[in-house]
Design a binder for this molecule. Structure first.
Ligand SMILES: Nc1ncnc2c1ncn2[C@@H]1O[C@H](COP(=O)(O)OP(=O)(O)OP(=O)(O)O)[C@@H](O)[C@H]1O
Length: 647
């Protein structure tokens, strides 16, 4: 693959344009101010919602997808135009079929041929129109699904970090399930809705009108069962909606479980936990089995109820029909036309029943998808933010205190610290001391509960998030590589503009990655999708360093890996880090002796408090907590990681 000609390749999905529909959705009910198709559709749906509330049937999800449906209105209207043609052909077909049977009984071959030709033409028109109706309405439904997915995913990406890390957030597998299977269910629901709203309804009205013109008495007798059937189906539908929601939650549970366990197979096997995981999976699968059994039973029951109503209708029709014919007001041809109309009336009723099933099953999917979009972000970008274009790297923490949502204890308490541009600060301290949290605050993944953080004198809450995160680069302990080429992985975060291959190569050289990258089958253009796991820990770390070099940030956060590398790999990573640190303000969550000794300043964090601060030598001379931790380290001859004692 040629990167220059197609610089975004696999990553282009990140740049998907997200539509004009990201506006707040208006749920209020208002009469139409004008009679354009969109206002009529809006009014129709609001009225349905209002009617549902009045009847005590609760809310429906229709208003949520209204804006998406309106965006597809041209396609929908074309589909419905085909419906008008199909229903018109059917309306004309009914009397023709009665006359055809009459001519057959009379043996008038000449007129019979003409009539049969007309009937066949009407059937052909209806078939073609129905095909296009289906094709166009499906296209609209699938477009809506596609746009809805983009809309919801945009909201997921914009959620606070707290949602992904803290309590109460959805598991990754659950979110994935909502955006895949449930978004697809939404497409089916939308199609069912579009199909019910006009095509089935039009056919029902046309056939009912035809039946009334043929015999008002028979029509009244036949149609009288419809209200009873509607009430029964509405009640069963509500039950189905509840059961469908349970079913969807249970599948999402399985998806979340698999997303967690399958990528951690190493740990499962290393702990011989296969049997334990099998039991956990079976419990979830059994819950899903029970949830779906209820739903399937309800789905099986609804058509049977409808069939029972049909049987009652047929008996009424048979009885009243016999009486009407015996009165001489109705002939055989009329009866053929009437029964044909009835059969064609039943067809949309069945379609509406099926669509109702789809709607009831799909509503929880729509609700669960939209649940992902309803939140008020805490990390907000204010109006008129400062764009950090060039930054010297002066960082100041002013009385910063922070605790995570739902926690009573402070993770960081009253931290004040000034780091001058170009300084390297080592953050050390026992596990849980708040080092990583401090790094998250610098990146503004969370905002301090009290106090503020300034970069070059600008409160970071006043800066644009994009420019802040452009100026603060992080090399995490665990390197995450994405599907995409090596070059795309190095340029990750800057994929909105053309990849600069010269810069990629420079970053690879400085991070000591070039040598192993050039040995890959396609060098920088090798796709890492299935190869990332075959890279060694050191190689992955060097790619993360290359990524940070490419970013050209002024402030760096290095979370040193705790896992030991072999001597050569360690040397290459250390050299790469030294290249990276030149000319930057650096915060190192330090686990290694060399890093701590070389830092301009050492900050000891314990229990969220800044306990000690100074150079290695000054802190040793002070003889405080750092000195005692250090001497423990020194006495541990074999200890290769400072982490064992300092953090
Ligand atoms: N997302 C979170 N939600 C709630 N509590 C959290 C969250 N992340 C961290 N904590 C808690 O905050 C405290 C500080 O965690 P932090 O990761 O900042 O410590 P650390 O000094 O980096 O530890 P380590 O050296 O082990 O990485 C810990 O008690 C931790 O349990």
């Amino acid at each position: 693959m040629n990167l220059k000609s197609n610089p975004k390749s696999e990553f282009s999905i990140h740049n998907t344009q997200i539509f004009s529909i990201g506006k707040p959705i208006n749920f209020s009910f208002k009469p139409p101010t004008s009679f354009t198709p969109p206002t009529i559709l809006l009014f129709l749906s609001s009225t349905i919602t209002k009617a549902r509330f009045t009847l005590g049937l609760g809310a429906n999800s229709f208003p949520l997808i209204q804006p998406f449906m309106l965006a597809e209105l041209p396609l929908i209207l074309k589909g419905w135009l085909c419906t008008v043609v199909a229903v018109g052909a059917l309306f004309m077909f009914v009397p023709e079929i009665g006359e055809l049977s009459h001519l057959l009984s009379q043996g008038d071959i000449k007129r019979l041929g003409q009539k049969a030709g007309k009937v066949l033409l009407l059937v052909a028109v209806r078939s073609v129109a129905q095909f296009w109706q289906q094709a166009l309405l499906w296209e609209a439904a699938l477009n809506i699904t596609y746009k809805l997915r983009g809309f919801v995913y945009q909201h997921v990406l914009n959620r606070d970090m707290e949602y992904f890390e803290g309590e109460g957030g959805a598991a990754a597998g659950d979110i994935a399930y909502r955006l895949t299977a449930e978004a697809e269910d939404t497409g089916d629901t939308v199609h069912a809705l579009l199909h019910t709203l006009v095509p089935s309804f039009l056919q029902l009205v046309a056939m009912a009108a035809r039946m009334i013109t043929l015999s008002p008495v028979l029509s009244f007798a036949t149609i009288s069962v419809v209200p009873v059937m509607s009430i029964v189906i509405a009640m069963l539908g509500e039950k189905l909606r509840e059961l469908a929601r349970k079913g969807q939650a249970s599948v999402a549970g399985i998806s979340a479980y698999l997303n967690e366990v399958l990528p951690s197979m190493f740990v499962v096997k290393a702990h011989a936990a296969e049997a334990f995981e099998q039991r956990r999976f079976e419990r979830l699968a059994l819950a899903d089995c029970h949830a779906h059994l209820g739903k399937r039973r309800m789905k099986a029951l609804i058509p049977e109820v409808i069939t029972a109503v049909y049987a009652a209708t047929s008996i009424i029709l048979f009885g009243v029909g016999t009486w009407v014919i015996s009165q001489g007001s109705f002939n055989g041809a009329g009866m053929v036309s009437f029964v044909t109309s009835l059969v064609l009336l039943i067809e949309p009723i069945q379609a509406m029943g099926k669509a109702y099933n789809e709607l009831k099953q799909g509503e929880p999917a729509i609700e669960r998808l939209f649940e992902l979009t309803t939140f008020s972000p805490k990390v907000l970008e204010k109006q008129g933010t400062v764009t950090l274009k060039t930054v010297a790297g002066d960082v100041e923490l002013c009385d910063v205190s922070f605790r995570y949502k739902g926690s009573v204890s402070w993770v960081l308490k009253d931290i004040s610290l000034r780091v001058h541009a170009g300084q390297t600060v080592a953050l050390v301290g026992p596990s849980g001391g708040g080092k990583t949290t401090l790094a998250k605050l610098l990146l503004r993944l969370y905002d301090p509960v009290q106090g503020s953080i300034k970069i070059d004198g600008h409160d970071i809450r006043e800066c644009s998030l994009k420019s802040l995160r452009q100026q603060v680069a992080i090399v995490p302990q665990e390197t995450t590589l994405f599907t995409g080429t090596v070059a795309e992985n190095i340029a990750y975060g800057d994929m909105d503009s053309e990849i600069d291959m010269m810069e990629i190569e420079r970053a690879a050289r400085l991070s000591n990655s070039e040598e192993f990258i050039l040995k890959l089958p396609n060098g920088f253009h090798t796709n890492l999708g299935d190869r990332a796991s075959s890279l060694s820990g050191g190689q992955r770390q060097r790619l993360a360093i290359a990524r940070a070099i490419y970013q050209k940030a002024s402030i760096l956060i290095l979370d040193e890996a705790t896992s030991a590398l072999d001597n050569n790999s360690e040397k290459l990573v250390r050299e790469a880090l030294e290249h990276l640190m030149v000319g930057h303000t650096v915060f190192v969550i330090a686990h290694r002796l060399e890093t701590v000794q070389q830092a301009d300043r050492i900050i000891l964090l314990d229990g969220g408090k800044l306990l000690e601060e100074g150079t290695h030598l000054s802190l040793i001379a002070k003889g405080g907590q750092y000195a005692s931790l250090y001497s423990t380290y020194e006495s541990n001859e074999q200890g290769s990681l400072l982490q064992r004692t300092l953090g």
